[in-house]
Design a protein around this ligand. Structure first.
Ligand code: KG4
Ligand code: ZN
Length: 347
């Protein structure tokens, strides 16, 4: 079965053709990073307009790279939410229209859950066949940080989530304090190896034994530590920091901050592993591209870990098609006239 996966929930217009939820025949991502980075973050109206311009060319390129025509496509999986409303509308309206005019079944996908399915594209995970379950997933991106326990591909529960900022959001905000461009995660991870990761001792939130996360305290503690490092106080504007910090101070903070986030995420994952004893463990979402996180997880978790290629960690259409495949197996298609974009779609 070949599915087209379509993703437009934020600042990437992405389409992919995936066979049987595991074999990527094409994966096209048009990133808007260059458009948004001058604003230091995603501007929703600009994102929606950019999706309109590129969504059809991106879909056509995905079909062409996969050597497919519409006749070869068995269905369309599209992100229904959560995400930016304007961005989601472009993807869902496009998918609905194609489903109606080409007579294809349509599958509505939850973006956050789909991140975990990037791992179904790893050969060792064989499209999430039954023998890999129960599966524990740490999913951390620019808007979400969740621990999910899957009993089967479509049967999962939320063990914990962020109570405030997402892990990727914390990376992006700390990157700004260090004068690094959006998105900050990749920039911090590039700078961190030049610094001492013990230089700053930053706090880890204690959430009383729950599996939730909290990163806003860490963000404030990072700001205070940087203000102190340049001899300022809490009134020093964060916009002054990049000019007044030395290159070594910036690298030391990149390394210390990254260590703290990676240890926090891994600590929760390890606790959940100890309690639930899953058969497999995966990490997902943009932050799972972080090499320091992968090292920490491999070091602490007593299971063989396999990691998805970086292009499947950040937003892409292949993970949408991979989850769509399991919806197709369960015959869970949706009437194109009833599919709604839902910015706050929950689990
Ligand atoms: O999954 P994603 O592409 O989009 C969302 O659904 O949010 O994740 C983007 C987030 C950004 O916050 C970005 O800074 C972060 O993932 N990210 C990273 C790395 N690559 C991307 N964070 C840490 N280390 C990385 N290497
Ligand atoms: Zn995402």
């Amino acid at each position: 079965m070949k599915l087209l996966g379509l993703e437009t929930s934020c600042d990437e217009t992405a389409a992919a053709v995936v066979r049987d939820g595991r074999e990527v025949l094409s994966n096209i991502v048009a990133s808007q990073i260059d458009i948004h980075k001058e604003y230091g973050g995603v501007v929703p109206e600009v994102a929606a307009r950019s999706h309109i311009e590129v969504v059809l060319p991106v879909i056509h390129e995905a079909l062409e790279k996969a050597s497919c025509t519409w006749d070869d496509i068995d269905g369309i999986a599209v992100t229904a939410g959560p995400g930016l409303l304007g961005s989601l509308l472009i993807g869902t309206l496009t998918a609905r229209t194609i489903a109606l005019t080409r007579h294809k079944p349509l599958y509505a996908v939850n973006h956050v859950v789909a991140h975990t399915f990037a791992n179904a594209l790893i050969p060792e995970m064989a499209g999430f066949e039954p023998n890999i379950f129960p599966l524990l997933s740490l999913s951390a991106s620019g808007k979400h940080s969740e621990l999910l326990l899957f009993d089967s591909p479509l049967n999962y529960r939320l063990l914990g989530r962020t109570r405030d900022d997402a892990a990727g959001e914390a990376f992006d905000k700390v990157a700004r304090m260090l004068g690094l461009e959006y998105p900050g995660g990749p920039k911090i991870s590039k700078l961190a190896p030049l610094g001492n990761e013990q230089a700053f001792q930053l706090p880890k939130a204690n959430l009383g034994g729950s599996y939730d996360f909290s990163f806003s305290g860490l963000k404030t503690a990072t700001l205070r530590a940087l203000q102190t490092a340049i001899g300022g106080d809490f009134r020093t504007l964060s916009t002054e920091l990049p000019h007044r910090l030395t290159d070594q101070q910036k690298a030391d903070m990149a390394a210390s901050f990254q260590r703290t986030v990676c240890e926090t995420l891994t600590g929760q994952l390890l606790r959940a592993h100890q309690e639930y004893q899953p058969k497999s463990v995966v990490i997902a979402g943009g932050v799972s591209a972080n090499q320091r996180l992968r090292q920490e997880v491999s070091r602490q978790l007593p299971v063989a870990m396999h990691y998805a290629p970086i292009e499947y960690c950040t937003d892409n259409g292949a993970m949408i098609a991979a989850l769509g495949y399991h919806l197709a197996l369960a015959q869970a298609s949706i009437n194109p006239l009833e599919l709604k974009a839902d910015p706050s779609l929950s689990f």
